[in-house]
Design a protein around this ligand. Structure first.
Ligand SMILES: Cc1cc2nc3c(=O)[nH]c(=O)nc-3n(C[C@H](O)[C@H](O)[C@H](O)COP(=O)(O)OP(=O)(O)OC[C@H]3O[C@@H](n4cnc5c(N)ncnc54)[C@H](O)[C@@H]3O)c2cc1C
Length: 409
């Protein structure tokens, strides 16, 4: 089931998920298994909403796993911490019980801040908002703030819905072409001041007129928090989660790296900064700590993205960044073991549950090969790493199970 379908069903019942990623086109199994997060500062990843799940193991056995008890306390069973974010390596999730909250509306606004003001005021913005994303544009050294706030009782009674501003597929397509022709082509270097002005205008004004602080967009929370249209523009994305207490230092460190890069890298990329609560899942980038997520994004039309991503590696290692395992990653096995304290435990549980590696996928296996060591390993995005769809895996399990039954007879 897609997250969008779940949101629509919950809406009819009067509920909503307290956190969503930027889009709702993913499967529920996918967002749980990769630890997809959103911009709700007071909530963990979507995986943290799981109360219990049913897992079909490689042996064909069906196992119920309780991740939390009825009062919401985290289970101490190691399997519960392993299955939270497991990239499908431990089994197929067939049913889940998720935590939901009563549905509500949110007011969404866009504003812009120079970097220095952002770095001194982000905590106050976080305190006042339910969901926030800060998008840092290195070439203009400014931050776009997308904040959603709950409505007061008075506003709830007196305000009607106001449509969200939307990126359309056409707009994004032209933005990509424009970006490529101007910044990566031979002509680009002759027009840099003009480019700078045009891009500054486009980046900082595009949608803001339609949802300013004084005239915010107002709608159901799931419509405000995530884009409910599939914008499948291919892009590269590499996101790491850091300890919240390192927020200022690590953002400043990324900014420094941007400044050492040739200007066309700065023109053609941006940094999405979001915050979340900690998680119990061992392989969540936010495992056990309140987290600031730094997501480097670059459209697929540009060249040398691998080099661009690699420029951030020293900073990632220095601040013990943990990769979002639904995106690109440049850390190898020993580096992953260092940043995820329970990585080895996860691998042990995987070996026990799936000794024949029925659920192996190339993405995870590349962490264990020497070729990923010390090199930047780029996985294409959106997700082309899954070897087989879960339904193919499900069919394989059923075959194994039937064979076992035949043998016993
Ligand atoms: C446009 C776009 C925007 C995004 N925005 C965000 C964002 O805001 N925040 C964020 O954190 N991430 C974001 N992502 C990443 C995305 O949420 C994850 O990569 C997510 O897993 C994709 O879901 P999917 O259904 O495509 O999963 P797939 O790629 O199909 O699967 C992902 C993994 O989950 C496993 N899996 C899937 N279903 C099951 C199941 N039933 N049982 C066991 N394992 C299963 C698969 O084996 C695979 O390893 C975004 C991705 C895109 C393309």
């Amino acid at each position: 089931m897609k997250v969008r379908q779940l949101c629509e069903m919950l809406d009819r019942l009067g509920y909503v998920l307290p956190v969503l990623g930027n889009v709702t086109g993913q499967s529920v199994g996918g967002v749980i298994s990769t630890g997809t997060h959103g911009k709700n500062v007071r909530c963990g990843t979507l995986s943290s909403l799981v109360q219990s799940m049913t897992l079909i193991l490689a042996s064909g056995k069906v196992q119920n796993v309780a991740l939390r008890d009825e009062s919401g306390n985290i289970s101490s069973d190691p399997l519960s911490c392993a299955v939270g974010v497991s990239l499908g390596l431990l089994g197929v999730i067939s049913t889940v019980t998720l935590r939901v909250v009563p549905k509500h509306r949110l007011a969404y606004s866009i504003s812009h801040l120079p970097f220095e003001i952002f770095i001194n005021s982000y905590e106050e913005i976080l305190r006042k908002s339910e969901h926030v994303a800060f998008i840092y544009y290195p070439f203009v050294d400014a931050v776009r703030v997308e904040a959603s706030r709950t409505l007061s009782e008075e506003q709830e009674k007196s305000t009607k819905n106001k449509a969200m501003p939307r990126q359309t597929r056409l707009k994004l397509f032209f933005a990509n072409i424009f970006n490529y022709v101007l910044f990566e082509s031979w002509y680009g270097k002759y027009f840099s001041p003009v480019i700078w002005l045009i891009t500054r205008y486009i980046t900082l004004t595009d949608l803001s007129r339609e949802a300013s602080i004084n005239k915010p967009a107002i709608d159901k929370s799931y419509k405000v928090v995530a884009c409910n249209v599939d914008l499948d523009i291919e892009h590269h994305e590499m996101e790491y989660g850091y300890d919240y207490t390192d927020t200022v230092e690590v953002i400043q460190a990324y900014r420094k790296v941007f400044r050492t890069l040739p200007s066309h890298y700065q023109y053609s990329s941006f940094l999405d900064i979001r915050f979340s609560a900690g998680d119990a899942a061992w392989l969540a980038a936010s495992s056990g700590r309140q987290t600031v997520w730094l997501d480097l994004i670059r459209p697929n039309v540009h060249k040398n993205t691998e080099l661009f991503m690699a420029a951030f590696k020293t900073t990632i290692i220095k601040y013990l960044g943990r990769p979002h395992l639904g995106k690109e990653n440049i850390l190898d096995k020993s580096e992953l073991e260092r940043c995820f304290p329970d990585f080895a435990e996860f691998v042990k549980i995987r070996d026990e549950l799936d000794p024949q590696k029925l659920f192996a996928n190339k993405y995870f296996d590349s962490f264990f090969t020497s070729s990923s060591s010390g090199k930047s390993m780029v996985c294409r995005f959106p997700n082309k790493r899954s070897e087989a769809s879960v339904w193919e895996i499900f069919d394989t399990i059923m075959k194994v199970r039937n064979n076992q039954e035949d043998e016993t007879e």
